[in-house]
Design a protein around this ligand. Structure first.
Ligand code: GDP
Length: 292
């Protein structure tokens, strides 16, 4: 990361340290206040922001800058390292045979994400399939089928089926030729018991390599509780998070609480309604998005 990746006001504050060789508490407080303002505006959890602030404060004052490093570069390096630590690494997704289950509330963007991820894997030379098990939301089947068609990937669903677990089992069999099988699950408006029970049953039947929680960028403070519930529902816990709708005004900082809660890593970012509007998560790019 370079200075340009940081937001304008933070850049200005750091730049004002340019001529200094030593940094004092007041300087650090100014930098920390700027970062706090940006992160809270981006919906990052207050506790996470406090931990980050403390780390930046103590490291900036306690660590001896390497010889020849200006106060500005010293603080910039620490700020960068701590921010990257806050957002975490990108979830590893080996390009080999795997089964992935997507979970999340209704409207979070699961069905769209399933097609996007399938498209992404297809660009990596793998053969993906989308398996639609959502029997709850009217129109989910048609939407998934159309998106899979647009992504030019295999698709399985049963528009007349009413047992999601059976659909998942049949889907895995029907798409056995695919190398990456992506199972889309039903959501609900809230964390209702039947949603969690359904996910538990699908998780047992599919036994996925990865479970990815799909979160709307606007999730805010609800992320932590949601993540905890979903994490508990799946045997191996949530492995990854995908943040959708980052093309809107929300910056997705709330989702970091889910990452923290589940020890997961961010896999993808959704940036539009189309099947190709998806990016692999990349820590420094996300940091600039948060602060920008
Ligand atoms: P599901 O209920 O979790 O399966 O959610 P859907 O995939 O049906 O998405 C809900 C709505 O959000 C749909 O209108 C999608 O087109 C829209 N959507 C999903 N991902 C994105 C995104 O990254 N950007 C935008 N702008 N819209 C999205």
């Amino acid at each position: 990361m370079v200075l340009d990746d940081l937001g304008e006001s933070l850049r200005g504050t750091l730049d004002s340290l340019r001529g200094k060789s030593r940094i004092d508490e007041e300087d650090v407080d100014e930098v920390v206040t700027e970062i706090q303002r940006s992160l809270l505006q981006a919906d990052v959890d207050v506790g996470l922001v406090q931990d980050l602030s403390e780390a930046i404060r103590s490291r900036s004052l306690d660590e001896e800058p390497p010889a020849g490093t200006s106060a500005r570069d010293h603080v910039l390096r620490i700020v960068y390292e701590e921010l990257v630590d806050l957002v975490g690494d990108s979830m590893e997704l080996p390009l080999e045979e795997r089964t992935i289950v997507l979970a999340g509330l209704q409207g979070s963007g699961k069905t769209t994400t399933a097609a996007k991820m399938a498209w992404w894997f297809s660009t990596k030379g793998l053969r993906p399939a989308v398996i639609q098990t959502d029997t709850f939301r009217p129109g989910a089947y048609d939407q998934a089928e159309q998106m899979a068609e647009r992504a030019e990937v295999d698709f399985y669903g049963d528009p007349d089926g009413d047992d999601p677990v059976q659909i998942a089992r049949d889907g895995l069999e029907a798409t056995a030729d695919a190398e990456v099988q992506i199972v889309d699950t039903a959501g609900r408006h809230a964390l209702e018991d039947d949603l969690i029970e359904e996910l538990e049953a699908i998780d047992r039947a599919v036994d996925p390599d990865d479970t990815i929680l799909v979160l709307d960028a606007a999730i805010g403070q609800a992320a932590s509780d949601q993540a905890e519930e979903f994490d508990r529902a799946v045997a191996d816990g949530v492995d990854g998070v995908t943040i959708t709708k980052l093309d809107g005004t929300a910056k997705g900082g709330g989702a970091l609480a889910a990452v923290d809660q589940t020890d997961a890593e961010i896999a993808f970012l959704g940036t539009g309604e189309g099947v190709k509007d998806v990016e692999r998560f990349e820590p420094s790019g996300f940091v600039s998005r948060l602060l920008g």
